[in-house]
Structure formats: structure tokens, C-alpha cells
Write a protein that binds this ligand. Structure first.
Ligand code: PLP
Ligand code: COI
Length: 337
């Protein structure tokens, strides 16, 4: 293995030794296979290729000071993958299969788990897609479920430093009654142009507004949005955003810290009243937001003291639980034996 510089890892792909795969055929899931290949032969008429029948997940494993490997909230990811699968009519991998495959792929790639104290972690990427052939627009009758892993550092290159976000009125990511609440590839394809525009203009990501009224905050590219004011953690309620497991965890942490929490519609203009704002997700962890710019009106919302006190505390607490520095009082961690 080439020497990995754990401390300088970005959020990218590094080949690990093995991935695991399971095929769905004739109405049932087969045996778990271990592969060292990064490739998979796919039928030229596979529904994943033509009609976007594909969903994925993202979760992390962390090495603690005690050398133990901790998996964070894997069962929530397993259930969300089932929701995504049902949302676009794919066969849903059972939770038990998800668990077995995750454990196997981590065990097979131990040497890629970043050491404690490097800030890096092992990113686990389950992916499910239709392999069966169709030419008409119909769901496949065959699927493959693959899990690979790769060691990663921070998603936004700034790490825990303030990022800027662009509000764009030119593009939508997801329709109100569309697939925004599922983790399906099509949503990410739909975000590429606007995300590239944001990157080209020096922003870390797009802050999407609701597609119908262009009035309420939806989410921040591949992360949910939260704001803080008056000792309250506020996060948008929307049917077109991904239900983030990190966000759910921050809500629990905020309540534990004695804060109020609100899940409700958040108007863009309410940004003026927030003391802190951030993006949260598995890859992003927490990215404090320093500035949000509206591309049409040019209006700018600034958070000059970012990262704020509460975002910093939430970030530290979440990471302390993930690495085992703090007790897992919420039951979020499974230690890998
Ligand atoms: N929103 C989108 C669109 C995402 O891709 C992600 C990443 O998974 C999130 C939010 C954050 O979700 P989670 O905290 O479960 O990783
Ligand atoms: C995650 O946070 O796990 C994601 O999936 C974000 C992304 C890289 C799509």
C-alpha cells in the first residue's frame, strides 16, 4: 500500500483492498461476495444506466483512542436505503444483510481505517442499482448491492472553517413531490450544474431554496442546513430534502445541551436573524457558514463570528461520541468486534 498521509486526506477515492457485493435475482438476495476488483460488468440495457434506478448511502467508521473501531448509526442508513429503494421501485436490501456486508467490508479493509487523532475516518459507501435489462421505462427485476470503503478527510477543503454558500434562483435540485427526500443518483446529477457554478464563483456549495416558492431554505448541496438563535437550533422542514442522520443527531445533542429545537419552514430572509448557521452531513460533519450570497438580488448574509460557540460545541460533542472520547449516551455507536 502506498503511504497514506492521514492528516492531509481530502474527501476523495482511494482504492481499498476489497469490496462486498450481493445480487438480487429471481426475487431473492444471494450470497455475499468479496471482490478485489473495482469494476463490475453491467448489462447495456440495465435500468440504472438508462432510467437512473440507483440509490446510495454514506456512513463512517472511526478509530478510537482505545484502538476500537466505532460505526456510527449504521441502522439509520440501512433504513434510509430501504426508503430510497422503495421510492424508485428497487429491491430493498434487508437491514440484516446491510449489517453483515458493512461489517465484512470493514474487517477486510482494517488497514485503511485512519488512526485516532488524525481527523480522518473510513467512509463507507453502499450503492444499490438496477442491473436487469429493460427498454421500456420499468423497474428492473435484478439488482446489485455493493459496499466499498475509502479513507477520507473533510468534505469541504476548509475543514471546520467558515464556508460561503450561493443561493441560486436559476436552478432547482428537486421538485416538491419528487425524489429529493431519497438518496438517489438523479438528485445529484440535477445538482451538478448549479454546484459547478457555485464552485467557479468561489463558493463551497449551493444553498437550495424550495422549488415551488423560492422562499424557504431547503438544504446545502450534499448537507442539511441549520441555524441558531436565542438558544434554539432551527432546521428546515421540507419534503424535498434528504432526512440527514447528522442533523437528527445534532438535534438530540442540542436538546441535551439544554437548547430548544425547531424543525419548521425557514424563510431565506430569516437568515438575518440567525446568530450562527451551518451545513451538516456525514461527509460535511459540520461546516460553519460564514457568508450566504443571493445570486439574483446580490443580498449577502454574513456570520462574522463563524464558527460560533454553539456550532463549535456541537461539532466537538459529535466527534467526541464518534471517536469514543465521550460516552455514547444516545446509543449511536456499535463497536466492531
Ligand atoms: N443532504 C444531502 C443531499 C446529502 O447527500 C447528505 C449526505 O448524506 C445529507 C443531506 C446529510 O445526510 P447525513 O447526515 O445522513 O449524511
Ligand atoms: C454523505 O455525507 O455521506 C454524502 O453522501 C455526501 C456526498 C458526498 C454525496
Amino acid at each position: 500500500m502506498e503511504n497514506i498521509n492521514w492528516k492531509d486526506l481530502s474527501f476523495g477515492y482511494i482504492k481499498a483492498d476489497y469490496n462486498v457485493r450481493c445480487y438480487y435475482k429471481n426475487g431473492e438476495w444471494g450470497k455475499i461476495e468479496v471482490s478485489s476488483s473495482e469494476y463490475i460488468p453491467v448489462h447495456i440495457a440495465a435500468t440504472a444506466l438508462h432510467y437512473g434506478q440507483e440509490a446510495f448511502e454514506g456512513l463512517k467508521a472511526f478509530k478510537g483512542k482505545d484502538g476500537k473501531v466505532r460505526l456510527f448509526r449504521w441502522e439509520d442508513n440501512a433504513k434510509r436505503l430501504q426508503d430510497s429503494a422503495k421510492g424508485i421501485l428497487m429491491a430493498a436490501p434487508p437491514v440484516e444483510l446491510f449489517k453483515k456486508m458493512i461489517k465484512k467490508v470493514i474487517r477486510k479493509n482494517q488497514r485503511f481505517i485512519p488512526p485516532y487523532g488524525t481527523g480522518a475516518s473510513l467512509y463507507i459507501r453502499p450503492v444499490l442499482f438496477g442491473t436487469g435489462a429493460q427498454v421500456g421505462v420499468k423497474p428492473a427485476d435484478e439488482y446489485v448491492f455493493i459496499i466499498f470503503v475509502t479513507p477520507v478527510g473533510p468534505y469541504f477543503k476548509e475543514g471546520f472553517k467558515p464556508v460561503s454558500m450561493l443561493v441560486t434562483r436559476e436552478y432547482d435540485r428537486a421538485a416538491p413531490l419528487g425524489t429529493g427526500k431519497y438518496k438517489v443518483g438523479g438528485n445529484y446529477a440535477a445538482s451538478l450544474t448549479s454546484m459547478e457554478k457555485a464552485h467557479n464563483e468561489g463558493y463551497a456549495s449551493v444553498l437550495y431554496l424550495d422549488a415551488k416558492e423560492k422562499k424557504y431554505i431547503d438544504e446545502c448541496g450534499p448537507a442539511n442546513f441549520f441555524g441558531i438563535k436565542n438558544n434554539t437550533y432551527i432546521t428546515p422542514k421540507s419534503d424535498s430534502i434528504l432526512p440527514s442522520i447528522t442533523n437528527k443527531s445534532l438535534i438530540a445533542l442540542a436538546e441535551h445541551m439544554g437548547m430548544k429545537t425547531e424543525i419548521r419552514k425557514v424563510e431565506l430572509d430569516e437568515l438575518e436573524t440567525f446568530e450562527e448557521a451551518g451545513a451538516c452531513g456525514t461527509a460535511a460533519v459540520i461546516s460553519p457558514i460564514g457568508k450566504i450570497v443571493d445570486d439574483v438580488t446580490g443580498k449577502t448574509y454574513e456570520f462574522k463570528n463563524a464558527p460560533g460557540k454553539i456550532s463549535t460545541e456541537l461539532y466537538k460533542k459529535l466527534q467526541a461520541i464518534q471517536t469514543g472520547d465521550e460516552d455514547d449516551i444516545f446509543g449511536w455507536i456499535e463497536i466492531l468486534e
